[in-house]
Design a protein around this ligand. Structure first.
Ligand code: PLP
Length: 414
């Protein structure tokens, strides 16, 4: 439960005491948040790139959330199941066996070779290499550093994962948004129109955070072929690939062998704090990404790389089935309450439209929080403020309590 005076963080991966509202902003200690002052925004030491961040929209929600006792938390973007015991034991064994120093930059040979063999077997590309990274976030940072020159344009689909536009800007690039509202489907014609001589990269995320939508084979094929035609890099964030409930994930690698793929262990095995991911793609690009890792993260956390090896032999299908059932329950609850929902085929999110009686996602979330329900305003993930994100990575009881509040919020504006 959040305590008054404690900075309530917007993070996946924080403890249950700190109400978590959004992804990827790390937990901060027991300090009181200060509103930004003009001086703090303009401190002479700060680099211009720090102005690319804006967390003011979500700060309002934190402030509200910090007042909450026993919130119904449907905001967390990380699995609620425990790490499988075999995987925990492998991490403990590695630590006790003194595997605590640096590993080679590309990842311990056993893990790197295992990933390489799996990728070679499933894709059959002749020139594809893999490197183990510090989370999928680490892979994303390194890919951006390796690919984006100042002024380059990065095509992102709106709604987007929060890191994409910010990271694009941090490396001097510019996010160009291709709107997917209201269906959240990819329209290749819109993408084609967004391509300019400065376009360097298309960033794809399917299953998508925040919508849960899985792009179908025809959308992916068209996108993959468009990237080939224009000689643009295609970066496919497949971190939720194992959370596909209604069929297999179509990956652009099938139609474009130059696709760069990011993946990770965080979500599939519930190890968001271990910071383990990987990226694979054409060898010359992965070589440079590996070099970038040498000068930044150095390597992925070494003992957990041994645990990742054990994870790859661990069957997670019962958890995935459980999340499938939760998806069905959450969507049914939303439909019963009259929310407009695009069916989420994957990940563990739903992105309903804000009911017409509310002006915006921000207003809706403020009212939800007043009733003890934590969800995330859509504008964190979009240029629009018309939706809100629910994570059903929560217990059945929390989901039922959440559905009750969502029902009560219909037509009950206070
Ligand atoms: N990509 C997407 C779409 C995500 O939702 C997340 C985490 O929420 C990440 C990447 C980062 O994951 P990791 O924990 O592997 O850094």
């Amino acid at each position: 439960m959040a305590q008054p005076g404690r900075l309530v963080v917007i993070a996946d991966g924080c403890d249950t005491e700190a109400a978590s509202i959004c992804d990827m902003i790390p937990p901060v200690g027991p300090i009181k948040p200060l509103p930004p002052t003009l001086e703090s925004l303009m401190h002479p030491w700060l680099a211009t790139r720090t102005t690319e961040f804006d967390s003011s929209g979500i700060r309002k929600v934190f402030d509200l959330a910090s007042q909450m006792k026993d919130p119904i938390n449907l905001s967390i973007g990380q699995p609620d199941f425990p790490v499988p015991d075999a995987v925990k034991q492998a991490a403990i064994r590695a630590i006790q066996a003194d595997k605590n120093g640096y590993s080679v930059t590309q990842g311990i040979t056993e893990l790197q070779q295992r990933l390489q063999a799996d990728i070679d077997q499933s894709l059959g590309h002749s020139d594809r290499r893999v490197v183990v990274t510090s989370g999928t976030s680490g892979a994303l940072v390194l890919a951006m550093l390796a690919l984006i020159d100042p002024g380059d344009e990065v095509i992102c689909f709106d709604p987007f994962f929060v890191m994409y536009p910010t990271l694009s800007a941090m490396v001097g690039g510019k996010a160009v948004f291709v709107d997917t509202h209201p269906s959240f489907r990819i329209d290749p014609e819109k993408v084609a129109k967004a391509i300019t001589p400065r376009t360097k990269l298309i960033l794809l995320n399917s299953p998508c955070n925040p919508t849960g939508v899985v792009a179908d084979a025809s959308e992916i094929q068209a996108l993959a072929e468009l990237a080939v035609k224009h000689n643009i890099a295609l970066l496919s964030d497949e971190i939720y690939r194992n959370f596909c409930y209604d069929g297999q994930l179509p990956s652009p690698t099938k139609w474009n062998d130059q696709t760069i793929v990011m993946d990770g262990f965080s979500k599939t095995y519930g190890v968001t704090g271990w910071r383990l991911g990987f990226i694979h793609g054409p060898t010359p690009i992965i070589d440079k990404i590996t070099m970038m890792q040498q000068y930044t993260f150095v390597c992925a956390p070494h003992p957990f790389q041994w645990a990742a090896l054990a994870a790859l032999d661990t069957d997670m299908s019962s958890h995935i089935r459980q999340y499938h059932a939760r998806r069905d329950r959450m969507v049914a609850g939303l439909n019963d309450a009259g929310y407009q929902v695009v069916h989420p085929d994957g990940a563990f999110y739903v992105f309903p439209q804000v009911p017409p009686e509310y002006e915006s996602g921000t207003e809706f979330v403020t009212q939800a929080i007043a009733k003890g329900l934590l969800v995330i305003p859509g504008k964190i993930f979009s240029q629009r403020d018309s939706h809100f994100r629910i994570s059903y990575a929560a217990s059945n009881d929390t989901i039922e309590r959440g559905i009750e509040v969502l029902k009560a919020l219909r037509g009950a504006k206070t």
